[in-house]
Ligand binder design. Structure first.
Ligand code: ATP
Ligand code: MG
Length: 142
């Protein structure tokens, strides 16, 4: 399996509940290395740009309001098969449908406030990482 990088955003609901550290610890236990990490309060234009693909969806306004209401923690994760493995650890979009032990089951509240974001393909992961981090900010793995 090839080594990949993917983007994780710990969303405002999880940061507000002081569970960002628990999410990162779970990810490290699951074999991910954290190559870059920052806490930031997303400006509206940055959240709208990040979720531009969902612009036509009925929940777009709600999603941008949620993602900009308080700070997020953004991480670049690396391991073999990182994109698929992180989606597995994240769990289903709706925490009620997520498997036991997944981040969304443990820390998500509902389909909107679901604790974390994860890239859904390797191409999107590359674009999403570049959206938030300069390449000089992403430390190579040891
Ligand atoms: P993410 O992109 O955040 O990793 P995902 O890929 O599981 O999640 P998407 O379909 O890409 O899900 O939706 C993006 C985000 O939009 C979801 O994580 C959730 O916060 C929000 N969202 C999705 N569906 C709904 C909905 N029906 N109502 C409210 N918000 C929703
Ligand atoms: Mg998605």
């Amino acid at each position: 399996m090839a080594t990949e990088r993917t983007l994780c955003i710990i969303k405002p609901d999880a940061v507000e509940k002081n569970t960002a550290g628990a999410v990162l610890a779970l990810l490290e236990s699951a074999g991910f290395s954290i190559l870059a990490l920052k806490r930031t309060h997303l400006p509206q234009a940055v959240a709208e740009g990040f979720y531009a693909v969902h612009k036509a969806r009925p929940f777009f306004g709600e999603l941008v309001t949620f993602m900009t209401r308080s700070p997020v923690v953004i991480a670049v994760l690396e391991r073999d098969d990182a994109v698929a493995q992180y989606r597995k650890v994240m769990g289903a979009t709706d925490p009620a449908k997520a498997d036991a032990g997944t981040i969304r089951k443990l820390y998500g509240a509902n389909v909107g406030e679901n604790a974390v974001h994860g890239s859904d393909s390797l191409d999107n992961a590359k674009n999403e990482i570049a959206y938030f981090f300069a390449s000089s900010e992403v430390a190579p793995s040891a």
